[in-house]
Design a protein around this ligand. Structure first.
Ligand code: ATP
Ligand code: MG
Length: 138
């Protein structure tokens, strides 16, 4: 069982002023922040982060969106972090997200869905390492 996951608050949510409310919901759900930064990805960096989706029809749209404005990147800690955080954010498409989830509360569409959450322990480590040096995590 993992105790760390990685998240991003995506450009739609930062631009709408939802950053504080989303962080509040994350912390109230029991997650502790172990690393955090406010950063804007280049198209190339966004493409590398979502490299696994490169062949998908929505890849161009995803890269344009994820590099369109600032994001908050963070490493979060909690028992069973990866699975519990996926439950907290809800389904990829906010139309299918459960009541009370972050995507239900803050996301507009499947493309602009407010937050990212790692889908495995392995990817949580890879994604955290993509953004943070050892000096930046506690
Ligand atoms: P994330 O990885 O961002 O946490 P996810 O794991 O719920 O989201 P993925 O299947 O990994 O969903 O898709 C990555 C991201 O690509 C989605 O969050 C969304 O922003 C975008 N995306 C996925 N499917 C579509 C689609 N059909 N149309 C447009 N964008 C999409
Ligand atoms: Mg994913």
């Amino acid at each position: 069982m993992s105790n760390r996951t990685f998240t991003m608050i995506k450009p739609d949510a930062t631009s709408k002023g939802y950053t504080g409310a989303i962080l509040d919901q994350i912390i109230k759900a029991g997650f502790t922040v172990k690393a955090m930064k406010w950063i804007k990805l280049s198209e190339e960096q966004a493409g590398l982060f979502y490299d696994i989706h490169r062949a998908r029809p929505f890849f161009g749209e995803l890269v344009d969106f994820m590099s369109s404005g600032p994001i908050v990147a963070a490493i979060l800690e909690k028992e069973n972090a990866v699975a519990d955080f996926r439950d907290l954010i809800g389904a990829t498409n906010p139309a299918n997200a459960a009541e009370g989830t972050i995507r239900k509360n803050f996301a507009a569409s499947i493309g602009e869905n407010a937050v990212h959450g790692s889908d495995s322990d392995e990817n949580a480590i890879i994604e955290g390492d993509f953004f943070f040096s050892k000096l930046e995590r506690f």
